[in-house]
Write a protein that binds this ligand. Structure first.
Ligand SMILES: [Mg+2]
Length: 365
C-alpha cells in the first residue's frame, strides 16, 4: 500500500451551496416554526481529488444563527482553511473557532466535511477514524411537533403502525391542550413511550405539574427535555430533584463549559448532544465528560438531512454509550437531497460501510 502523503490531504478548494428541503408538516416548537429546512452543503476538494461533504443546519430560534449568516461565515472561512491538510483537523477546528467564535453550525459543517474527506482518504468509515465500531440495532424516536390536535393524533397512530414505540412530543405552548393530547395518545396506543420536550416553554411549577398530570394517567414518560429557560440552572435542578422522570438538558448545553456547569450543579440527569450546537470535536468531549460524571447521554439534531444526521449516527458509534436517540428529522422531510449513506427501516438505523460518511449531496454530483 502506498503511503498517503500529507500533501495529498491539503484542501485545494471549497464550495458552499444553500439547499431548501421540504418538510411533510411544519416543524413547530414552543420557540418557533420551520416550514422548510434552510440548510447549506459544503464540498471540500483535496489535492488528491478526494472530496468531503458537510451540512450546515441552523435553527435560528435556538442558536441565533440563520442560513444567510452561516453561509457568509462559511464563505469567509474558505481562506482560513484552503492550503491546509485535513489531517490537522483539531488545529483546523481551532482556526474556525477563532475566526468565527460562537457560530457552531458553520463550525459543524466544516468539521464534518474535513473529517469526511480525511476518512475517505484513508479508506475507512468516519467512526473508525475515532476508534468507534459499527453498531447495529440503534432505534430513533419520532417527533410530533406542535400541530393541530387531530393531526397530532393521526401522526401518533401512523408512526406507531410503522414501528415507532417512542414518541417525542413537543410541548410548552398550551398546557391544558398538551396534557390532554399526551393522555389521549396514551389511551389510543397502549404501551407507547414518551419523551416530552418543552424547549424552554415552561415555568418551574408548570413543568412539575405537567409531569404529575401525565403520571396520573400512567403515561410512560422516559425523558423530560429542557422544560425551562436555558439559563435557569436552579430551576432545572429543582425540577430534577422533584420528579422521578429523568431530566435532560438540551438548550442549556452548547459548549463544553455549559456541560461542566450542568454537571457541577447536578442540574440534569441527561445531556442532549447535538453536533450543530457544539461542533463535532467538542461534542465528543462533552460526551466523555458526561459519561465520566455518571450522567446519561441523548443524541439529537436540528432540522437536519441524512448528511448531518448520518454524522450524528457516526458520532453515536464512536461514543458507544448513548441511551436516547432522537435522529429522526430526515424522516420528517418530503425529499432526500442525498445519495448513499445509512438507511432507515422504521425506527431502525442501518449504518453504511463506505469510506467517510459515504453520503454525497445530489447538488454536487
Ligand atoms: Mg430538545
Amino acid at each position: 500500500m502506498n503511503k498517503i502523503q500529507t500533501s495529498d490531504l491539503v484542501i485545494k478548494s471549497i464550495k458552499i451551496k444553500p439547499v431548501d428541503i421540504g418538510l411533510t408538516d411544519a416543524f413547530t416548537i414552543s420557540q418557533g416554526s420551520v416550514e422548510t429546512a434552510e440548510n447549506a452543503f459544503i464540498e471540500i476538494s483535496l489535492q488528491s481529488g478526494i472530496k468531503g461533504y458537510g451540512e450546515i443546519a441552523p435553527f435560528e430560534e435556538l442558536s441565533g444563527e440563520n442560513r444567510d449568516f452561516c453561509v457568509k461565515t462559511a464563505e469567509k472561512l474558505k481562506d482560513h482553511l484552503t492550503g491546509k491538510p485535513v489531517s490537522n483537523f483539531i488545529r483546523l477546528s481551532r482556526i474556525i473557532k477563532e475566526a468565527a467564535p460562537d457560530q457552531p453550525a458553520p463550525l459543524c459543517g466544516y468539521e464534518m466535511a474535513i473529517l469526511d474527506a480525511f476518512s475517505r482518504s484513508l479508506g475507512i468509515s468516519f467512526w473508525e477514524l475515532f476508534g468507534g465500531r459499527r453498531i447495529e440495532g440503534l432505534q430513533t424516536d419520532i417527533t410530533i411537533p406542535i400541530l393541530e390536535y387531530q393531526r397530532s393524533l393521526e401522526l401518533a397512530e401512523e408512526w406507531h403502525k410503522k414501528g415507532f414505540n417512542t414518541l417525542k412530543i413537543k410541548v410548552g405552548s398550551d398546557f391544558d391542550r398538551e396534557v390532554k393530547l399526551v393522555q389521549h395518545i396514551n389511551d389510543i396506543i397502549p404501551g407507547i413511550r414518551f419523551i416530552i420536550d418543552a424547549n424552554q416553554g415552561f415555568e418551574v411549577d408548570e413543568a412539575i405539574l405537567f409531569i404529575r398530570e401525565l403520571e396520573k394517567k400512567k403515561c410512560d414518560v422516559i425523558l423530560f427535555e429542557q422544560p425551562v429557560h436555558k439559563n435557569d440552572i436552579e430551576g432545572m435542578k429543582k425540577i430534577k430533584n422533584t420528579i422521578e422522570v429523568p431530566l435532560a438538558a438540551d438548550e442549556t448545553v452548547f459548549t463544553v463549559q455549559d456541560a461542566l456547569e450542568v454537571i457541577k450543579n447536578e442540574a440534569a440527569d441527561v445531556i442532549n448532544l447535538k453536533i450543530m450546537k457544539s461542533g463535532i470535536i467538542d461534542t465528543l468531549e462533552i460526551a466523555s465528560l458526561t459519561l465520566s460524571a455518571g450522567l446519561k447521554l441523548m443524541i439529537g439534531g436540528m432540522v437536519e438531512s441524512r448528511l448531518a444526521m448520518g454524522c450524528s449516527l457516526a458520532v453515536a458509534q464512536v461514543v458507544d454509550g448513548i441511551t436516547f436517540f432522537d435522529l429522526d428529522t430526515p424522516i420528517l422531510m418530503s425529499e432526500d437531497p442525498l445519495a448513499g449513506g445509512y438507511a432507515y427501516d422504521g425506527p431502525l438505523m442501518i449504518p453504511n460501510d463506505e469510506p467517510g460518511l459515504g453520503i454525497t449531496p445530489k447538488v454536487f454530483q
